[in-house]
Design a protein around this ligand. Structure first.
Ligand code: 3HC
Length: 332
């Protein structure tokens, strides 16, 4: 666990206590942070644990589709940038697991939930990376969508999550730029390279639009999480912001979006867009996307193959603790 002091839960939990709940909500409404040892409704703890752990799992599973291209990056410079990006995603997962641990769930429990298929991770990582242009599309669109969703999380009411998000957003912003730069280079390259960039946009556009989750009328958690100031914007508002920011970027590099209904609306000053295929979204989050089985198989194999590293690190930590204890006794 993150720190032992945080393992101790308030006794009794006082769940449903109207006085404590009103005090908690007033604290949140005053834009003050909730910290790990503060009283919080059990629902707040559960919702945050669900969201932060899902977010952490997304970062970790998200390393797989990009990791697939490390050995095939077209130049040394691209390889170095991709390696650093994948490593950043691993780091994001670790900060987020630490933030979730402060709510009383251990990292081992969260891993177990991911590996047994109980926990969700982002739908987007169940799509395949077929060409190098997909690495550009992931950076531009997937990290672009992630930033749109995550910048407001820097103001989340839960202190450890909000603070973790600050560094994550800085790094995601670099990821988005390197992805857009890959797309720009391909779009301005040979006709074959441009076609590769267009094909990647065609395949990644709708899954990226879906990343923001179900529409506001279908979202189960939004109303409550917005009251608790975990979420600051609804799924549909963030989706619209993403589309408004991204469409001009695509047009600037001469690419077309795979949506015949995409039109700038002079009245609303937003881009109108076509119907989202929610059946596909539901199928992917239910485990039946193009790569769900492959991702979980790879993740389980990585966990099993890393067992000796975890065991060695624990054995070394224990050896060091014993050596320090013996030195202390000898000095007394
Ligand atoms: N993929 C998988 N599941 C999704 C989803 C998606 N794109 N969008 C929504 N869902 C799930 C929800 O988790 C929820 O299921 P649950 O009750 O079993 O947890 C259900 O669909 C209903 O959705 P809601 O709108 O009610 O859920 P939320 O209020 O939690 O909103 C969210 C969903 C916008 C994804 C929110 O959880 C969130 O903002 N999470 C933090 C950010 C995050 O997880 N990002 C992952 C993106 S990838 C990433 O960051 C990696 C980077 O390197 C690119």
């Amino acid at each position: 666990m993150y720190t032992q002091a945080l393992n101790v839960k308030d006794e009794p939990t006082a769940a449903g206590d109207p006085v404590l709940e009103a005090r908690f909500q007033a604290h949140v409404d005053a834009e003050l942070k909730i910290e790990p040892n503060d009283w919080m409704p059990e629902g707040y703890r559960k919702t945050l644990t669900r969201q932060i752990s899902q977010h952490a799992h997304s970062e970790i599973v998200g390393m797989l589709p990009e990791g697939n291209w490390i050995t095939r990056a077209p130049t040394l410079r691209r390889k170095a940038a991709l390696l650093a990006k994948v490593q950043d995603e691993g780091g994001h997962g670790l900060y987020l697991y630490s933030a979730a641990e402060t709510l009383g769930t251990s990292r081992e429990q969260m891993f177990e939930q991911l590996l047994s298929g109980k926990a969700k991770y982002s739908s987007i990582f169940n799509y395949p990376t077929l060409t190098w242009a997909d690495i550009g599309a992931i950076g531009w669109l997937v990290d672009g969508a992630a930033i749109m969703n995550q910048i407001p999380l820097c103001r989340c009411s839960y202190g450890p999550y909000a603070r973790a998000m600050i560094r994550i957003c800085k790094e995601e912003s670099f990821h988005q730029r390197q992805g857009y730069e890959i797309m720009m280079t391909l779009a301005r390259g040979t006709p074959e390279q441009k076609a590769m960039a267009q094909d990647a946009l065609n395949r990644w556009w709708w899954p990226s639009v879906m990343m923001f989750g179900p529409s506001d009328t279908e979202s189960q958690h939004s109303d409550q999480t917005m009251r608790w100031k975990i979420k600051r914007f609804s799924n549909d508002d963030l989706r619209q912001k993403f589309i408004d920011a991204t469409v001009p970027q695509g047009h600037f590099i001469g690419l077309e979006f795979p949506d015949k209904d995409l039109k700038f609306n002079q009245e609303t000053q937003h881009w109108d867009f076509g119907e989202i295929d929610w059946t596909e979204f539901k199928r992917v989050i239910a485990g039946d996307g193009p790569c769900n089985k492959q991702r979980m198989k790879q993740r389980r194999a990585a966990h099993d193959n890393g067992r000796w590293v975890r065991e060695a690190a624990l054995a070394y930590a224990e050896k060091r603790r014993n050596r320090e204890a013996a030195a202390k006794i000898a000095a007394e």
